[in-house]
Design a protein around this ligand. Structure first.
Ligand code: SAM
Ligand code: SF4
Length: 424
């Protein structure tokens, strides 16, 4: 989402007469688009700002701005910890950026953090970082208020980009040669077009027909909102990728209740069974949090057993970090000791790696369709691409180039990458 936002910011600034610098050292304006979801993302922002402090001392005219979720909910802290920061701008205020940069030469500590519940940045044509695969935000904000999560505070209430607009943007991407688009939303299944009485299943159906030559992906789906109608659309349309990211967070119903996720372990497993009924070869991935408030050893083991029951392709795995302003920060004790959180996370990671290795190993010998994205990092004789299930494949390229869709015979596998040879 931040990458997509940075592409929007680049478009706004290009329109305002700015030019993207070749590298950070030659830039006279440095903008950091920040993430507040977990503590370590915020720490990384702090580390980069600490490095910039010295440069700002040497180069007085350097302008430094912090954008996105961190200033939106920790405004005072950005300025008090890093007094040299010239301005802060929240996720709904990027249209003002060019003016703010100009004004920052006279005025110090400018802040633009008003929520705008209508803002979807519709009408802005993002300056894309790639030419094969594009991100397209179709909604912003989140209404779910999961107990641990800062997103509803930083990004405000849900709002959707209209149906016609999404279709036009996807058609424009296809016309300019993009081969894949990922529709983005914090809770993308909540996408709605009230005027057209359409839900996300209707949008996916429309998008898949508007761009039959493109692969269509989407993220993130919330388990309580993924409908059978949606899964049937994915099963029916070959250009809708058979990969579903369905964050579960925990395998314990008591934890899920405390997290305010709106479903139990059993309901989640029912959804997985429903997905597999319609799309037997679907790759399912997830997000997991270790050591949420009051989690017992038994409840942690329920997470491990749920992982085994589902057989996730891959997972994003985190240990819980308290986020100020969330329901959990105000109402629940952060009582799982740090060392225990880390040990539980390690167990989760080890189990996932073993399962991924096995799932990937089972691909050896198959011939799979791959969209080639780029040369592999190791050799110009190899390309890197992805299957429809979103598995990374590195293969000897033969006559093929980035942007081609081709068949690859899989000959090897690790827990994160398949290797193979181009067939046709
Ligand atoms: N909207 C998506 C959903 O509900 O599934 C997830 C969006 S959230 C920005 C990405 C992931 O970050 C979450 O699924 C969760 O696993 C993790 N996360 C969010 N807050 C966290 C926290 N306080 N500590 C650790 N992980 C957290
Ligand atoms: Fe955060 Fe929950 Fe919204 Fe996901 S659904 S962004 S975890 S509040």
């Amino acid at each position: 989402m931040n990458l997509a936002d940075s592409e929007i910011v680049t478009a706004i600034l290009t329109d305002g007469g700015f030019v993207r610098a070749g590298d950070e050292a030659s830039a006279d304006v440095v903008l950091l688009n920040s993430c507040a979801v977990r503590e370590n993302a915020e720490e990384r922002l702090g580390n980069i700002l600490t490095q910039l402090k010295g440069r700002k001392r040497r180069q007085r005219e350097l302008v430094v701005g912090v954008l996105g979720c961190v200033p939106q909910f920790e405004r005072e802290r950005v300025f008090s910890d890093f007094p040299f920061v010239d301005f802060i701008v929240g996720p709904d205020n990027y249209r003002e950026l060019a003016g703010i940069i100009e004004n920052s030469r006279e005025q110090k500590r400018l802040a633009s953090l008003d929520y705008d519940q209508q803002e979807t940045y519709a009408g802005i044509d993002p300056v894309r970082t790639g030419s094969i695969s594009a991100f397209l935000p179709v909604m912003r904000g989140c209404n779910n208020y999961c107990a641990f999560c800062v997103v509803p505070v930083t990004r405000g209430r849900e709002r959707s980009v209209g149906y016609e607009r999404v279709l036009a943007e996807v058609a424009a991407l296809a016309a300019s040669g993009f081969r894949e688009v990922t529709l983005l939303g914090q809770n993308v299944n909540s996408w709605r077009d009230a005027e057209k009485s359409l839900d996300f299943a209707g949008l996916l159906d429309g998008v898949s027909q508007a761009a039959p030559s493109m692969r269509i992906r989407f993220t993130t789906s919330h388990p309580k909102d993924i409908s059978e109608a949606l899964v049937k659309v994915i099963a029916a349309r070959p250009n809708l990728c058979n990969h579903i990211h369905l964050p579960v967070q925990s395998g314990s119903s008591r934890m899920l209740d405390l997290m305010k996720r709106g479903h139990t372990r059993e309901e989640y497993l029912d959804r997985i069974a429903m997905i597999r009924r319609h799309i037997p070869d679907a790759a399912i991935t997830t997000d997991l949090i270790a050591g949420f408030c009051t989690e017992t050893e038994e409840e942690h083991r329920e997470t491990l057993s749920l992982m085994e029951a589902v057989g996730y392709d891959t997972a994003f795995m985190f240990h819980y970090s308290v986020r100020p302003g969330t329901w959990a920060a105000r109402n629940l004790p952060d009582d799982v000791p740090e060392a225990l959180k880390k040990r539980r996370l390690q167990e989760i990671i080890e189990l996932q790696n073993a399962m991924s290795r096995e799932i990937y190993r089972r691909e050896i010998g198959k011939t799979v369709e791959v969209l080639a994205e780029a040369e592999s990092r190791r050799s110009s004789l190899q390309l890197m691409g992805r299957t429809k299930t979103n598995r990374a494949v590195v293969f000897s390229r033969g006559e093929f180039n980035a942007g081609d869709t081709l068949l690859v015979k899989i000959t090897g596998a690790t827990s994160a990458t398949l290797t193979g040879e181009a067939v046709s």
